[in-house]
Design a protein around this ligand. Sequence first.
Ligand code: 5GP
Ligand code: MN
Length: 335
Amino acid sequence: MIDHFEKWFVRADKIAIVSHVSPDGDAIGSSLALWHFFCSQGKRATVVMPNNFPEFLKWMPGAKEILVYDKDREKADAVLDEADVICCLDFNAAKRVDAMKDKLLAAGGRKIMIDHHLYPEDFCRIVISHPEICSTSELVFRLICRMGYWESLSTECAQCIYTGMMTDTGGFTYNSNNAEIYFIINRLISKGIDKDDIYRKVFNNQSENRMKLMGYMLCNKMFVYRDYASALIVLTKSEMRRFNPQKGDTEGFVNMPLSIKGICFSVFLREDENMIKVSLRSVGNFPCNKVAEEYFNGGGHKNASGGEFYGSMDDAVSLVKQALVKYQDMLLGCR
Ligand code: 5GP
Ligand code: MN
């Protein structure tokens, strides 16, 4: 498969790289890493994201070159139409690219999926799917090295890989016990990355408004259910508006209740324009993706998953409570 991919890209002239809607550090990190690599090989590569990405990722080398589909549709359409190869990074199902889905499926370029989510759908000719690996960025590192291009891996490429590995493991605090991760970090440092600087740029780069929204949320909108070892955060549109939130400003809120003693499952319900976005996190053996699948038409990983709800906030909260009742024994067993 890897040899096959190498032949594809060596022959290709134009390459498109796409990732999922609401791109996170791993989506942007893996995409830009591969972009830097292709550029180093003289290819005309373009990264296309379905929508905008958070401010704390804008410093990343190459971020300014990213095309955003819902802002620059014509250009993005042309990139997808004309690409000889289309790399689908950090997602396992076509619907994860949102409005770009039809265009992606119709495009004639050869498609490769590089991803670490469970149950990859069948829409790419080559599927490199490794749910046991902590991030797609790590997969991109492994792919570049396996093809024999270690020497071409630039400092910029290494910075992007590190960012994705770091963000998908919460700064190496979960899904991060594989010893090879630290070997890879060793190699990335040898390429000249400053890991402390990357940490600061991503995690210590918050807006004042986000900090204040967080304070409001923790004090007024976080509900702890001891009998279920769980917590729920609820934020409505009008509450958020008071703090003039920017894209990504609620990122990470869902993790916070997990630092309360005895809490092993956290749910965050955020009212968006036309739906309620559901984010779920757990620690230990509680499979929060089961709750995402059963109640919120979503999915994801055992300890980090999400979904969507079309209806009122009250109804969404009721569903969460149903899930807590159903899984009470398992939840209490996790503490
Ligand atoms: P987040 O809570 O950060 O938005 O998402 C965490 C993880 O849950 C994502 O990496 C993805 O695997 C999964 N996820 C989030 N939203 C959805 C969704 O609507 N559908 C599916 N299938 N998975 C989702
Ligand atoms: Mn990822």
